[in-house]
Ligand binder design. Sequence first.
Ligand SMILES: [Zn+2]
Length: 121
Amino acid sequence: MGSTDKAVITGFICRLCSKMNRFVIHIFGEEGARMKLAEKINAYLPITISANDPLPKTVCLTCIERLEAHHELMEQFTWARQRIAEAKAAEELKKTNASQGNSCDNSMPGCSSQQRSVQHD
Ligand SMILES: [Zn+2]
């Protein structure tokens, strides 16, 4: 087994994992551009890819899956950070306007000023 491995190399080398793959996406191809592969790779990975560097411009599907998962995670973190910042700001506002009660921001869904009333001086 394995004797044919060297004989014929079919496929493309993946820029991210360096493995040979029959199915790859060209980073700067139509599909790759639609998926914003170059942007994501340059943003999240410790490598920089540009259309005119001498290295492979193909990425295997496994790596794309990982990249997409990472992208979703990062989006979630960004979203969470914003929500936390908003909540923190609302909390600060509530503290400052403790006497005025209605510090609830309409832009926050499900937020109700009656939801929680902290009563202590
Ligand atoms: Zn790969």
